[in-house]
Write a protein that binds this ligand. Sequence first.
Ligand code: CAA
Length: 297
Amino acid sequence: ADRGSEATVDAASTLTRLGVVGCGLMGSGIAEVAAKAGLDVAVREIDEAAAAAGRARLTTSLDRGVRGGKLSEADRDAVLGRLSFTTDLGDFADRDVVIEAVAENEQLKADIFGALDKVVTRPDAIFASNTSSIPIAKLGMATSRPEQVVGIHFFNPVPVQKLVEIVPSLLTSPETAQAAQDFATGRLGKEVIRSQDRAGFVVNSLLVPYLLAAVRMLESGFAAAADIDRGMVLGCAHPMGPLALCDLIGLDTIKAVAESMYEEFKEPLYAPPPLLMRMVDAGLLGKKSGRGFHSYP
Ligand code: CAA
């Protein structure tokens, strides 16, 4: 390695205090992985009830590790000891890295980046978003330090999936992108790929049209949900079928990602089909709501 990259590895090694904004499906997974890796993790949720739900989600996932023999009870307690929950972004003043993982809503995310910019004191702190489809450049522009804003995009379930997409915007400095990459690999133990700042990045650009095609196939009466899923599991060795994967990701998230990609490219293959829209309208969001294309008792 040249001296430049040694310097950035050193920079990443000083990134020990992480803030996670949002403790839903993705935020809780990110917080869990980071706390398991020994980082000091502060999690912010919107109110006490949401914070309690986030803590419960995280504890359930850790308990699953204990039951499966992957984590001792003492380790679980140590991990929980490295996690703190707050409803006040002001508590993020001392964070070295913040990862935003709230719903796929551009205004909401921009407001959070604006607020973080005012609160976080470290001059070279990293401001990251787990967005899968909102331009990193727009989130950067909501701050006074767009060169420190970068996409760090995780995959669901975060503790299981190895990949992280690193997404520098046109304004992100090479130092920030490299530090984010070193943080994801060296600190969190993930594998990285790089993507340009285009809606969907690399993985969702390939995945989302496939998922939407499965929904259209069901919608048109072409095949039954169980057969579509069995087809891809048994025919292509996917770990789960496309409709079960929609249920895992959350239909509201799929809809939001598809809409961002449609807005970006104006290509019909990204347009969310009416069945997906109606299921979201009806609160059938997949696994997290108990019913989507399949049921989860
Ligand atoms: N936390 C920790 N560990 C978990 C876990 C969780 N939430 N869920 C599963 N695991 C672990 C299990 O403990 C188990 O580990 P061992 O094999 O060591 O015992 C392993 O993962 C497999 O779990 P299961 O046996 O319970 O279930 P499975 O074999 O059916 O796997 C799955 C479940 C991991 C979800 C698998 O089906 C899978 O990988 N599916 C594809 C998921 C996928 O494509 N994700 C990407 C979605 S796209 C996205 O996230 C990006 C976006 O922007 C929309």
